[in-house]
Design a protein around this ligand. Structure first.
Ligand code: NAD
Length: 478
């Protein structure tokens, strides 16, 4: 069994420890895996100075060379997939196979952005004789990035890939709950020969670190994935110093099940997807709006599948769904179930913590829940699905759009007219039809409304880490 990595800060190309530390827990056993160092102000000052030097070197490094280092680091991570997958499973709880898949997904982000690094084309604007207008895309500078705990490796991978591919340096504060995934990324880049200072990793008290870093030089941009409330707080701090913010925030994904699909198959696919990452995904399918003719069959097939999902320690090969991240998530989920029940919703399966050691919570289904109950309006961020009947596509669209979120949305239909209407009407950044996969490396991912702004991945991703500079060049002085 691979050992849990030794967690350090990585500043200016070297690992370091600190006096103060926080424990890292395995959510399946509640046992301590190790400790995460808490950065002091002096550590953060060192990271800022290192990132300034890193940017000086890296922004002048040819894009093809940047891509070469990124591809080498990704290849190392692929070689180390068993060790990284194990780290992800013990610190986050997800099944080991899911941890390994996360490593592949993270590597795909690096590989895609490495390819994009050499394709950040500018533009030559048609002009009069004797003058040229040329538009350049240049790296913005140092990025202060904050990644969450739900995907310990692929979440930091998104930010690191975007920053490094575009020629920026980055100070990453990864999640203290799951620091190991980021440590593996940094070690792979270290081994691949990334110059010192380009990638720096810190941990500590999140609000203190972000408040300290955001206004300071050489930080030029803030990137965050996490809750909408923290995203707003960070955006406010960035706005005070006029720095752009890339925000991937919360969702509450609707799933519209039209009356032309197989209700059993779509329900089974949905229940399995709901269990992914124990529902702790910003794109997790949550509010199901099912045409009333299919409602009973869809709901009973969903519940049957949900009951069959085996919960346990991610290291047990039989486990299909691991624990949730911590006791706070259990409390939040139980409060949503209690509120729903009190307001007339039926709890068709689940609803309570499983056991009293490890943070296990089963796939839970609420049916006929009022539109304004807590589960229908607050992101559950756990394995909770609400299944409600609707009478028409227009009613489903209205309910889907009723919340301030707009990240992922899904539909099951084989009717091109339904798909066309949904494409026009659903307020979201990512609509998936007949699949519950919301994002892959080659597609742009991000939200509308309070789910954030900016995109990661796709051809759009790197542009958020770059600034546009227009050069007007007259041949003769005039
Ligand atoms: P939280 O909002 O306190 O923390 C979420 C993440 O943000 C953590 O990794 C934390 O370290 C970081 N964070 C918190 N305050 C910060 C600050 N001031 N500056 C910088 N980083 C900060 O919530 P939580 O209880 O840990 O997680 C539950 C909620 O977080 C969920 O309701 C969900 O909406 C959200 N979340 C979203 C995603 C996502 O992918 N969009 C991922 C994880 C958590």
């Amino acid at each position: 069994m691979p050992a849990y990595p030794d967690i350090g800060l990585y500043i200016g190309g070297a690992w370091r420890k600190t006096r103060d530390t926080l424990p890292v827990l395995n959510p399946a056993t509640e046992q301590v895996l190790g400790t995460v160092p808490v950065a002091t102000r002096a550590d953060l000052d060192d990271a800022l100075a290192a990132a300034a030097e890193g940017f000086r070197v890296w922004s002048r490094t040819p894009p093809a060379k940047r891509a070469e280092v990124m591809l080498k680091a990704a290849a190392l991570m692929r070689e180390r997939i068993d060790a990284i997958g194990h780290t992800i499973t013990v610190e986050h709880g997800k099944p080991y196979e899911a941890g390994r898949l996360e490593v592949i997904r993270g590597c795909e982000f690096f590989e895609w952005d490495a390819g994009e690094a050499v394709r950040c084309y500018g533009r030559v604007i048609p002009s009069a004789p004797g003058i040229r207008y040329i538009v350049h895309h240049q790296p913005i500078g140092t990025v202060a990035a904050f990644s969450p705990w739900n995907f310990p490796m692929s979440q930091p991978a998104r930010k690191v890939a975007g920053a490094i591919a575009s020629g920026c340096s980055i100070i990453l504060k990864a999640a203290e709950e799951t620091p190991g995934g980021a440590v593996h990324i940094v070690q792979a880049f270290h081994d691949a020969g990334l110059p010192p200072g380009v990638l720096n990793l810190v941990f500590g008290v999140p609000a203190e670190i972000s408040e300290y870093l955001i206004p300071r030089d050489p930080v030029r941009m803030v990137a965050f994935t996490g809750s909408t409330s923290v995203g707003k707080w960070l955006t406010e701090r960035a706005a005070r110093v006029m720095k752009p913010a890339l925000m991937e925030l919360g969702g509450h994904a609707p799933v519209i099940v039209c009356d032309d699909v197989d209700p059993v198959l779509s329900a089974q696919v949905s229940a399995v997807r709901k269990a992914r990452n124990s529902g702790q995904v910003c794109t997790s399918p949550t509010r199901f709006f099912v045409m009333e003719d299919l409602y009973e069959r869809f709901t009973s097939a969903f519940v049957e599948k949900a009951k069959s999902i085996r919960i346990g320690d991610g290291l047990d090969p039989a486990t299909q769904m691991g624990p949730v991240a911590n006791h706070r998530r259990i409390e939040a989920l139980e409060a949503m179930v209690a509120d729903g029940r009190a307001r007339g919703a039926k709890v068709l399966t689940g609803g309570e913590r499983v056991g009293n050691r490890g943070y296990f919570f089963p796939v839970t289904v609420l049916a006929q829940a009022p539109d304004d109950c807590m589960a229908m309006t607050v992101e559950p961020f756990g394995p909770l699905a609400i299944i409600n009947p609707v009478r028409s596509l227009e009613e489903a669209i209205e309910k889907a759009n009723a919340l301030p979120f707009g990240l992922a949305a899904y539909a099951f239909t084989h009717d091109a007219r339904n798909a066309d209407r949904l494409t026009d009407a659903i307020e979201c950044g990512n609509l998936s039809i007949n699949t519950l996969e919301a994002s892959v490396a080659e597609t742009p991912f991000g939200g509308v409304k309070e789910s954030g702004h900016g995109r990661e991945g796709g051809a759009e991703g790197l542009h958020h880490y770059m600034v546009v500079k227009n050069v007007s060049h007259r041949m003769d002085i005039q």
